[in-house]
Ligand binder design. Structure first.
Ligand SMILES: CC(C)(COP(=O)(O)OP(=O)(O)OC[C@H]1O[C@@H](n2cnc3c(N)ncnc32)[C@H](O)[C@@H]1OP(=O)(O)O)[C@@H](O)C(=O)NCCC(=O)NCCS
Length: 148
């Protein structure tokens, strides 16, 4: 996985261009660390045919936290590959074996992401205005696994 970090990081830089928010992508160094120590899933194509991200069509990063809830930091699919259920497959894999609650935050205006998360059972716990900067509001959403 650690060898993928430059392609995942490149995907992160292009995944948010439609939002006009240049500060969303994370840096290459932290992707290097996450690819080795966090839960990073990738959707891999047989060939490196995608602009910027080579053979990486999508990725998801999730962390174990110091609380009793995991945190899904980010899911992204290459702009040329959206609407083909790659996001669905990444979410299914991430949640398949989780026994812990999972938290995430999402821009309330990001309808595609909010719908994807709701489809997997995430519920809006609360809205936090100015979560990052004054204009960057977020829903805090939570997924509760089925009791064992
Ligand atoms: C959100 C994102 C990951 C979805 O990936 P995807 O592979 O295109 O999604 P899928 O094809 O698996 O679709 C899964 C579900 O997402 C939702 N969805 C996807 N695209 C949508 C759109 N344009 N409008 C509304 N809902 C949408 C739907 O609920 C869909 O389920 P359905 O087809 O049964 O209706 C992708 O659009 C993306 O990378 N967006 C930019 C990055 C981002 O916003 N990430 C999420 C915040 S961290």
């Amino acid at each position: 996985m650690s060898q993928d970090f430059l392609h995942v990081s490149a995907l992160d830089r292009i995944a948010w261009l439609h939002t006009g928010q240049a500060y969303i992508p994370d840096g290459e160094h932290v992707w290097r660390v996450w690819c080795e120590y966090a839960i990073v899933l990738v959707a891999r194509l047989p060939e490196a045919c995608l602009p910027e991200s080579g053979n990486i069509a999508g990725s998801l990063v999730m962390f174990r936290t110091h609380t009793d809830e995991d945190f899904l930091h980010k899911i992204m699919v290459h702009p040329d590959m959206r609407g083909r259920r790659i996001g669905t497959q990444l979410m299914q894999t991430a949640l398949r074996n989780t026994a812990r609650s999972v938290l995430l935050t999402v821009d309330p205006e990001n309808a595609a992401a909010v719908q994807l998360y709701q489809k997997f059972g995430f519920q809006i716990r609360r809205r936090i205005d100015g979560y990052y900067r004054p204009q960057e509001d977020r829903f805090l959403m939570a997924f509760e696994p089925e009791p064992a």
